[in-house]
Ligand binder design. Structure first.
Ligand code: ZN
Length: 376
């Protein structure tokens, strides 16, 4: 059992699928499951490969959601081993994507294969949705596949996302929702001039300062039982200071809201701009909603996953909504119950990314148990 999961994880890591390139990962998965009754549908949108692999047409539909793309390796000299040459050392498997998230894919594919072999007349259907555009702009990936499935009335009931959610022990944390992300590019318009003649200029830095002080102190919402309060972070600020005796004519500010379901992107935009207006700031702003928040519907799937973790790993998991966005945000609005469970996230996106070999096998067992609970 263990060997198959490890073998597949290593085969996937060896394919250098730096986002948005799939590098044959999805073909490997569809070939692996073709003799187990899974029908493969390869959907390519733009530069992005997506795979929809489904067994049976019945309800309910249980979907495993993952991504085959990885972030770039970074400085090669800092890696202990070649990031695309999976290497076992001291109980760990090293390689780019070992934690985020090729091990989860391998664990799930092997679990699904074993499950259908041992429960050939299981209820409902199983599907696997893989994209190569999660680490990138996420425009032609899961979002597009879900649009297509929705258009042909293919409805997902349960969705397990294999993102690395664990902190210090496998299974200590699952995600049952994610915060939304709202990006803004603000331009404060002033009047350029000589520093010796400030009355003939308007300094956009000075004009923005009181508004900035208020914005960074604002309580946007109190959060709710499932989410921490919304936070605003300024991520960049530049004034076009051309010379040291010049007052800049404009100030550019970039910022990012991470918000709970207690606020919508519209209420945040309105409140932000009201503050600027109140302080008399002359501005232009470009907004971009990069993720709407989601919270999974109901407790059924949360309970199933928590019990599977307790049974296989002997620990009580914590349900969380913290961290970045995930592709679960595209599935949850369809009404599916979405829960995320995957390996430790300590080394993701870093050099020497790795997963404990024990965790790989345990993850496979937990995924198997979840399938048994929901589809038998
Ligand atoms: Zn990931």
């Amino acid at each position: 059992m263990c060997d198959q999961t490890l073998e597949l994880a290593k085969e996937l890591i060896a394919l250098p699928s730096v986002t948005p390139v799939d590098a044959g990962c999805q073909r490997l998965v569809s070939d692996r499951l073709s003799s187990s009754g899974f029908i493969a549908e390869h959907m390519r949108f733009g530069q992005v490969d997506n795979l929809w692999l489904r067994r049976h047409e019945r309800e309910p539909l249980f979907v495993f959601l993952g991504h085959t793309d990885v972030v770039p390796a970074g400085p090669l000299q800092d890696w202990l081993f070649d990031p695309f040459d999976p290497t076992e050392r001291d109980g760990l498997l090293y390689g780019r994507g070992s934690a985020d998230m090729k091990s989860s894919i391998a664990a799930f594919v092997i679990a699904a294969d074993e499950f259908v072999a041992q429960h050939p007349s299981h209820r409902g259907s199983i599907a696997i949705l893989l994209t190569s555009d999660e680490e990138g702009p996420a425009r032609d990936g899961t979002r597009k596949v879900i649009e297509k499935l929705t258009a042909r009335e293919e409805h997902i009931d349960y969705c397990l996302v294999g993102e690395p959610t664990s902190h210090s022990r496998l299974g200590d944390t699952i995600k049952i929702g994610r915060r939304g992300s709202l990006l803004g590019e603000l331009k404060v318009v002033g009047v350029q001039g000589h520093v010796a003649y400030p009355h003939r200029a308007r300094n956009p830095v000075h004009e923005f300062a009181p508004a900035l002080a208020e914005l960074t102190r604002t309580t946007w919402d109190e959060g709710n039982s499932r989410f921490p309060p919304t936070s605003l972070q300024i991520t960049g600020m530049t004034a076009d200071g051309i010379a040291e005796n010049m007052i800049p004519g404009a100030l550019s500010v970039s910022f990012n809201f991470r918000h709970s379901t207690a606020s919508t992107s519209n209420t945040l935009m309105r409140k932000f701009e009201e503050t600027l207006v109140r302080h008399g700031v002359n501005y232009e702003v470009d907004w971009r909603v990069s993720g709407i928040p989601y919270l999974t519907d109901g407790n059924e799937m949360i309970d199933v996953v928590s019990q599977a973790i307790h049974h296989e790993l002997g620990i009580r998991t914590e349900s969380s909504t913290t961290g970045g966005t995930s592709d679960g945000r595209f599935v949850a609005p369809t009404g599916a119950q979405v829960v995320e469970l995957g390996p430790l996230n300590q080394t993701i996106h870093k050099v020497n990314e790795c997963i404990a070999l024990d965790d790989l096998e345990k993850l496979h067992k937990v995924y198997y148990r979840i399938l048994v609970s929901i589809l038998t």
